[in-house]
Write a protein that binds this ligand. Structure first.
Ligand code: ACO
Length: 335
């Protein structure tokens, strides 16, 4: 892949990307043996066929580190040249230190500042937007953005309502100045009114770990799926329209949509509301399930690798997640 100048240019964009998913595959047929479900139900309701699952000794930082190494290689820079590391995750290795600091240590990225962002499935777009503004302001030149999740460790494997939906994985990108294209617009929104729709109730300062919280399985994902579904479609469409308008273009000018990969029905409905042909929408939810913050960056990297996104293309990223949060970005592909 052609390398670009890392120091020149007046716009901000992506200089390199990579992703890593653990090798272990959990198929719908495996889930049929674990809970009262069927491949037919999961496929027709969600589009998911399989997901990746991390081994018990693998944490989020390891997946993120592996994705980050690939992104650095793709950008043609070393870890020492990174000024800032932002990690988006909902499954951080521990309360503190931040997963960003743990990844910094694994990369030996001495000299970089590092912090985490908590924005659930919007984590990658929120982190990319933060990196964008730091580079735009001239505070940092090269920012490593990582989105990584080991959701399999916070999924209740006895709850069929949620355990069929999620998977593990990580993606990363290096953000810096580019000569052409780059980020054209970005949009973030939140509304805590709906904070109870999708949560892990215990383990934090509100409800610290106790025998009771463990017995009541409160350290696992709880979701009111049906309500989330309806809001997701509304918010994804709103976010998509917003970023497109902020970029001063029309939905018909978008060449490729990279939506959060939660459910193919949400993606279909979003595309339809935006009036964007489904052929322009990249989907990999069938292979990986919902990897929360990692979903959009893994899909974006795959779409680029497969030639679905080329130089000059206009790409719309759009996501929603627990919070509730929703977000979007339009990029003109500059590589
Ligand atoms: N297998 C078989 N039956 C199931 C399963 C399963 N895995 N899960 C639920 N059911 C049953 C329910 O119990 C219910 O049965 P009942 O009618 O006898 O009560 C029936 O299927 C229908 O349940 P619904 O919840 O109405 O099914 P729905 O069509 O809404 O699909 C789903 C459920 C797939 C969860 C959908 O609501 C959805 O995708 N919601 C959005 C979820 C999402 O995207 N979450 C991630 C947010 S991003 C983040 O921040 C992590």
């Amino acid at each position: 892949m052609a390398r670009r100048s890392l120091t020149q240019g007046s716009k901000v964009g992506i200089l390199g990307m990579g992703y890593y998913v653990p090798p272990k595959i959990l198929r719908n047929s495996d889930l049929e043996k674990m809970v009262d479900t069927s491949n037919e139900w999961i496929t027709t309701r969600t589009g998911i066929k399989q997901r990746r699952i991390a081994e018990p000794d693998v944490s989020t930082s390891l997946l993120g580190y592996r994705a980050a190494k690939k992104a650095l290689r793709d950008a043609g820079i070393t870890a020492r040249e990174i000024d800032l590391i932002i990690v988006a995750t909902t499954t951080q290795d521990m309360f503190f230190p931040s997963t960003a600091c743990i990844i910094q240590q694994k990369l030996r990225a001495k000299g970089a500042a590092a912090f985490d962002i908590a924005a659930a499935c919007c984590g990658f777009i929120f982190a990319l937007n933060t990196a964008y503004h730091y580079v735009l302001a001239g505070t940092y030149q090269r920012v490593l953005v990582v989105a990584a999740e080991v959701l399999s460790k916070v999924v209740d494997w006895t709850d069929r309502n949620t355990c069929v939906l999620f998977g593990d994985g990580a993606g990363a990108c290096v953000v810096g100045k580019v000569r052409t294209g780059g980020i054209l617009s970005s949009y973030m929104a939140s509304d805590g009114t709906w904070k109870d729709l999708l949560e892990i109730p215990a383990g934090g300062s509100r409800m610290p770990a106790s025998h009771l919280t463990v017995d009541e399985r409160l350290h696992y994902i709880k979701m009111r799926g049906n309500e989330v579904f309806k809001l997701a479609v509304k918010m994804m469409a709103e976010a998509g329209n917003k970023a497109v308008a902020l970029a001063g273009i029309e939905c018909r000018d978008i060449d490729c949509v990279i939506p959060h990969q939660a459910n193919y029905r949400i993606i279909n409905a979003t595309a339809s509301r935006l009036g964007i042909d489904l052929k322009k929408v990249y989907m990999n939810v069938n292979k990986y399930g919902n990897m929360s913050s990692a979903s959009t960056v893994v899909a974006l990297t795959e779409a680029v690798k497969k030639g679905r996104i080329r130089k000059g293309d206009r790409v719309l990223l759009v996501a929603f997640g627990s919070g509730l949060v929703w977000s979007s970005m339009v990029l003109e592909w500059s590589r």
